[in-house]
Design a protein around this ligand. Sequence first.
Ligand code: GAR
Length: 206
Amino acid sequence: MKTLIILISGRGSNMRALLEARLPVDRIIVISNNPAAEGLQTAATKGAQTICINHHAFSDRTTFDSALADEIDRYQPDLIALAGFMRILTDDFVFRYHRRLMNIHPSLLPAFPGLHTHKRVLDDGVKIHGCTVHFVTPKLDHGPIVIQAAVPVFPNDTEKTLADRVLKQEHRIYPQAVRWFLQGRIRLTENTVFIADTCVHDSVIY
Ligand code: GAR
């Protein structure tokens, strides 16, 4: 049985894109650290199993991550997809799911890791922006890159118009990356991802 777990903290639009993508999995379980996450409702209406583990109920990061891992392990997932999961994960957690923990980030990594990427792009006068799906390593918003999408930055862009343009691409590339993984087409060396039966440019969308 193939199982995908999606971790969310808020709106859940990337989760929705994954749920709507008809991925080759038998079950999808959505877990949130935030009981008020809008995405939990969306997931339930889409028929996914939902679980909330409120991080405020734990004294520190380690005990929360350990409770989260215990819950995840009950389902023996093939892949865990972070989709707007706004918690820094402990190294132990990341190593436990080595090679099966993916993230989507709203910038062309390794540029602009961290928060407020669209504002920082505008402030720096960057002309090309985008999003990245990558495997998670202990260093925040780093790790082997699976796929990226690039978008132009226009002179009259606001944070909102730019975020919307990037988000549209996020919704395209995350399901693509997860599909490749579930199809067994991804080979991962220490720092590099190879995707079977694709040409190099399939992993970059313009
Ligand atoms: C997305 O833009 C995602 O790339 C970003 O949070 C947003 C969540 O939106 N993730 C990060 O910044 C992780 N570093 P969503 O809840 O609608 O998918």
